[in-house]
Design a protein around this ligand. Structure first.
Ligand SMILES: Nc1ncnc2c1ncn2[C@@H]1O[C@H](COP(=O)(O)OP(=O)(O)OP(=O)(O)O)[C@@H](O)[C@H]1O
Length: 252
């Protein structure tokens, strides 16, 4: 088995008296893309948000179990949450650039971390925009307001912003579902490129996308893992009828 970047053990989560995740055990290998799939409301986004402890912001949320990042339990009492969120970047379904220039968006996190040196900020802005496959399109207009970019460009900008603080893990929650087919293809190509440097977790409703870009797939059903494995195995030879029904679009 490949070494785990993230190991989840006996994780259960409830919001108030409503159980949303039950007994999740998962091994997410480094430098691989793992896709979370499953019907709406099965807990994909909530599971993602366990990995950067974003659910903790909800006072009704109770979490049991452990999530290890590089062998260290992120749910231990004094874990450094700002550092966790630097190491685990997250991109949401709807592109959410800040209402400021392209440049200021990319270096936002670095400035928060106290980086002031202009040459350092410039260097990181260029590197991150190149990594997000956006540099060539915006290099002559870095002062332009980010909201003037197309949706697909905005999403790549948000990915550049996440990469600027040098995370280890990149979590993408339906990153292309609001985008046109060409922008979607660019994001998929980008995911394949980025896995060389990052561990990627992808939530998607698009089965073709999961099959195209992920190495491992986790199928969730009502807060439990019903099936997990290498994507090519799970898609060609699912063990459960529910998995087969879901990936072939026959889910009731
Ligand atoms: N902040 C919250 N408070 C209470 N319940 C919540 C909260 N967030 C999510 N839930 C519930 O947890 C369940 C799982 O939601 P989640 O968003 O993780 O599902 P999902 O599989 O990502 O769905 P979708 O594919 O529609 O985005 C849902 O029933 C949802 O109503």
């Amino acid at each position: 088995m490949q070494p785990a970047k993230i190991e989840i053990t006996d994780l259960s989560l409830r919001f108030g008296d409503r159980t949303v995740l039950e007994q999740i055990n998962l091994h997410l290998p480094a430098h691989q893309v793992t896709a979370f799939i499953g019907a709406s409301g099965c807990g994909k986004s909530t599971l993602l948000k366990c990995i950067n402890r974003l659910n903790d912001l909800n006072e009704l949320c109770h979490t049991l179990g452990s999530v290890y990042l590089d062998g260290e339990d992120i749910y231990q009492k004094y874990y450094d949450l700002p550092e966790l969120r630097r190491r685990v970047g997250m991109v949401f379904q709807t592109p959410n650039p800040f209402p400021m220039s392209i440049y200021d968006n990319v270096v936002f996190g670095l400035r928060l971390l106290g980086v002031r040196k202009r040459h350092k900020l410039h260097e990181v802005a260029e590197r991150s925009l190149r990594q997000a496959a956006l540099w060539d399109e915006v290099k002559d207009q870095l002062n332009r307001n980010a909201n003037e970019l197309s949706g697909g460009q905005q999403q790549r900008l948000v990915i550049a912003r996440a990469l600027a603080v040098e995370p280890d893990v990149l979590m993408l929650d339906e990153p292309a579902s609001a985008l046109d087919p060409i922008s979607t293809l660019k994001i998929e190509e980008l995911i394949t490129e980025l896995k060389q440097s990052y561990t990627i977790v992808l939530v998607t409703h698009n089965m073709h996308q999961a099959a195209r870009v992920s190495d491992f797939t986790v199928f969730l059903d009502q807060g439990r893992i019903l099936e997990t494995g290498r994507t090519r195995d799970l898609f060609t030879n699912p063990h459960h009828k529910a998995t087969e029904d879901y990936i072939t679009g026959r889910y009731a």
